[in-house]
Ligand binder design. Sequence first.
Ligand code: NAD
Length: 364
Amino acid sequence: MSKYKVVLIPGDGIGPELTEATRRCIDALGLGIEWQIMEAGECAIEKYKTPLPEHVLEAIRKSGFAIKGPITTPIGTGFRSVNVELRKRLDLYACLRPCKSYKGVRSKYENIDLVIVRENTEDLYAGVEFERGTKETSELIALFEKFSKKKIRDGSAISIKPISVEGSKRIVKFAFDYALANKRRKVTAVHKANIMKYTDGLFLEVARDVAKSYTGKIEFEDRIVDNMCMQLVQKPEDYDVLVLPNLYGDIISDLAAGLVGGLGVAPGANIGEGIAMFEPTHGSAPKYKGMNKVNPVAEILSGVLMLRYMGEKYAADSLEAAVASVIAEGRDVTYDMKNDRFDKTAVGTSQMADAIIKKIKSRG
Ligand code: NAD
């Protein structure tokens, strides 16, 4: 019997090509993973009348591991984002996005090695929003004015920013435990507690409290989010693991992906209690669907994160080294990794995976 059963969701657009490339690379490592291929997204709507069938969630809960391709969010169909829904329904509260420089990737920076830990369930992303001009919104505004003694402009829309002790504690603890397990040096909590004293103030207070249990093992500091943006652009080498509430985490992870060469090389993981789902940061790029053209690296590096999460260090190191080596050589890479996007020597998604597999095999 296989040691691991992994749910593989090919997804939409370029997803099936990328997950197939990733599956082949992981299979070449010889771990004997049993893949459970399941449909979610546009392809599931016709068959199951929903883009996220219940049996897919059940399979992920049972196996504990899932790797997925990007899923398109259909506009104007009434279906919510499957990606957000998956994170919510499985309570995958930690979004982990390592941003690391690989030699050969075009970027303004070198030697970046940052890890962004984003809270995935609270904050302005909780979806508690009230449209302008409705009766409920007017009633809420009247109530807020009564309690806060502050005037809210007529016709305003309202979004609520919930930040809890429990939500903050588990994400900060996750960041510190990740730092310890991965021999990192420092955790920086990012916030705007000088302005949002109660919500971000709570996040910071909890972060300081959690940090005390790691004294002498992992350094701790905090930064105000606007200052953090400037510091990351000016001296990213000063930072290591960053932990942030949901919205700042969303923005800073894209900034950090930009420092290392963009979406094509940005992997991600969404982790909860005993369940983890791995996916690239980029979307389904529908215009490239079925063209065997796009870069499989972000999806394959998401596979590396999965192997690390499983504790398969040797396999993870081998796959990452093979990817790094193919990128550094710059020959068997997709069009977006060439200096000129129209370079005729660029290879397809599947051929880049072949080159990575060849490297894995040559290392033995
Ligand atoms: P996108 O990431 O699909 O595309 C943005 C740009 O990046 C495009 O120019 C695209 O061609 C390029 N790109 C993306 N991945 C690439 C790769 N692997 N190699 C080379 N180039 C690549 O973003 P979008 O166009 O805003 O979104 C398309 C769809 O994806 C939407 O329906 C969106 O909701 C969905 N989406 C899904 C996820 C997810 O599944 N987690 C994340 C983001 C967006």
